[in-house]
Design a binder for this molecule. Structure first.
Ligand SMILES: CC(C)(COP(=O)(O)OP(=O)(O)OC[C@H]1O[C@@H](n2cnc3c(N)ncnc32)[C@H](O)[C@@H]1OP(=O)(O)O)[C@@H](O)C(=O)NCCC(=O)NCCS
Length: 186
């Protein structure tokens, strides 16, 4: 099997990606934290603009190996579990809230999450959003800080029975044309 990571192989999700996205979700998160296939399908269907996938060439064919998905809201409280199924999603909301950032274990460490997150931030700017919000485990605070996010401290969320931190990327100083949505991302 020949595997090649292509530069810039990040695109908006398509309906036909459902099975691959569910496989990525299941491979990257423990059962208590993984979104079920219904939730992944709802996110794809309801807000494809906020759902990007990363492809790699496997046996000369593109294969989805990573993804980032989200919902929009003007609320600042992002600990609401129902929102993960897009309950309360408002496409005109000023914030994008990331639910899953995931890259298959065998494709990690090659810059795919950075590519996804930079494309996602450019998309957020193009959609006129003010901020990107997410929660992450303590282990990943450094990763998001490298991408320009600021740690807002412990989150009220107890998703999957774990402790989470809330991270924010302010987009107000970014331009949609920027090669990277925010130059402080690196
Ligand atoms: C998190 C995840 C998506 C990262 O994917 P990846 O493709 O391996 O990440 P990248 O190779 O693009 O790394 C991005 C940057 O973060 C850095 N990084 C990676 N893991 C890190 C960590 N735990 N702490 C600090 N920095 C980290 C990398 O060095 C890289 O920095 P650079 O671009 O400035 O050199 C992947 O590990 C994953 O799917 N994990 C399981 C699912 C998960 O927990 N997702 C996060 C939910 S909050």
């Amino acid at each position: 099997m020949e595997c090649v990571v292509q530069e810039g192989a990040v695109r908006q999700v398509r309906a036909s990606d459902l099975e691959r996205c569910c496989a990525v979700e299941a491979a990257c998160f423990c059962p208590a934290e993984a979104a079920d296939p219904d939730s992944v399908a709802v996110r794809m269907r309801t807000y494809p603009q906020g759902f990007l996938v990363a492809e790699a060439m496997v046996d000369n064919a593109p294969m989805v190996v990573g993804m980032v998905n989200s919902g929009a809201t003007s609320k600042d409280d992002i600990s609401d579990e129902a929102f993960k199924k897009l309950v309360g999603h408002d496409p005109d909301g000023r914030n994008l809230v990331i639910f899953s950032l995931a890259v298959l274990p065998e494709w990690q460490g090659r810059g795919l999450a950075r590519q996804l997150m930079e494309a996602f931030a450019r998309r957020a700017v193009a959609l006129g959003k003010e901020r990107i919000l997410l929660i992450c485990k303590e282990y990943y605070i450094g990763l998001y800080e490298r991408l320009g996010y600021r740690n807002l401290g412990p989150s009220a969320s107890s998703h999957g029975g774990a402790s989470w931190y809330e991270m924010v990327l302010e987009l107000d100083r970014c331009s949609p044309q920027g090669a990277s949505a925010c130059r402080n991302q690196k």
